[in-house]
Design a protein around this ligand. Structure first.
Ligand SMILES: Nc1ncnc2c1ncn2[C@@H]1O[C@@H]2COP(=O)(O)O[C@H]3[C@@H](O)[C@H](n4cnc5c(N)ncnc54)O[C@@H]3COP(=O)(O)O[C@H]2[C@H]1O
Ligand SMILES: Nc1ncnc2c1ncn2[C@@H]1O[C@@H]2COP(=O)(O)O[C@H]3[C@@H](O)[C@H](n4cnc5c(N)ncnc54)O[C@@H]3COP(=O)(O)O[C@H]2[C@H]1O
Lengths: 141, 141
């Protein structure tokens, strides 16, 4: 019975839809990506291409790793390099029609999961917070 | 019945104990803290004082915000400033004797929760991943 409820909840009901998701573009310089991440406060955000298809994920860690030289932080690399060169390419995805249980499986090892349609267009993100809130609801009801 | 199981699981069983937790000291320069965060890959870690009591939490965002000047990233501030000056002071905590449900409530808005004893000594951290894995176990059994 508990199980039945969880598979009835679609990702679409829980996700943050694309217009509310901070993101960067493939060809942005790292400097812009780092600014977006610092201003938004997020540790990582999706990377989209010009047609709004999902291309990858970029994180503060990966940008900082790039500029961490042997002697100092090589700040000049931030304007020389592009998001596309260092982002994570293999991104786990799910669809709006998947359910909470599918999402739970994917979210064990990831802060958030990108939601895409069959053509790869970016629909939004499913966050750990959304899943935890729903599970807490189920537990207390 | 489901509820009973969750309140039976102590934080002690789920947490990452202190010796496995990456952390920094109150008086470390920001440069050291940023290196620990970049090398470990974590977005934020606990801050301890010299006697291993919990003092706060430091994140990449807060360090990067400090050095983000109007014109450029002010890298020199990294060696001039200390963790203590910019860390989050008001940190939510729980104890080893609390249970999973207490942890679930606290973890909705936080990536991890610090576990301390009555004197404030740092015992470990309870992560979202640990809670999600346990909830998944409960659901599938
Ligand atoms: N501005 C803010 N206001 C209130 N709470 C905040 C916040 N920024 C972060 N948090 C809290 O910290 C958690 C971890 O955020 P983080 O940036 O590491 O990791 C985030 C971030 O990488 C991404 N994310 C969340 N919302 C996003 C958005 N609107 N746009 C882009 N990425 C987002 O999904 C991850 C998991 O998010 P989740 O909500 O589960 O968990 C968030 C949330 O509980
Ligand atoms: N080196 C690594 N190996 C494998 N997976 C990794 C990893 N680094 C990060 N992850 C994955 O990314 C999630 C978010 O990590 P984040 O660093 O933002 O946020 C982390 C970090 O701030 C802190 N944390 C976790 N383990 C820690 C440790 N051993 N020492 C210090 N802080 C830790 O707790 C937060 C939540 O961790 P959680 O495990 O729930 O969730 C982790 C985990 O699923």
């Amino acid at each position: 019975t508990q199980d039945r409820q969880l598979v009835d909840i679609a990702v679409a009901e829980l996700m943050i839809s694309s217009e509310k998701v901070a993101h960067v573009q493939l060809n942005n310089p790292l400097e812009h990506a780092l600014l977006v991440l610092v201003k938004s406060g997020y540790s990582a955000v999706p990377v989209l291409d010009a047609s709004y298809k999902l291309a990858g994920i970029i994180s503060k860690t990966v940008i900082l790793n790039q500029i961490l030289g042997l002697e100092r932080f090589e700040i000049e690399k931030l304007s020389e390099m592009r998001v596309q060169e260092i982002m994570h390419h293999d991104v786990i995805t799910i669809t709006k029609e998947n359910n909470l249980l599918d999402g739970l499986n994917a979210i064990i090892d990831n802060n958030f999961i990108c939601v895409v349609d069959e053509e790869g267009y970016f629909d939004g993100i499913l966050t750990r917070r959304a899943i935890l809130k729903q599970l807490k609801k189920e537990i207390y009801s």
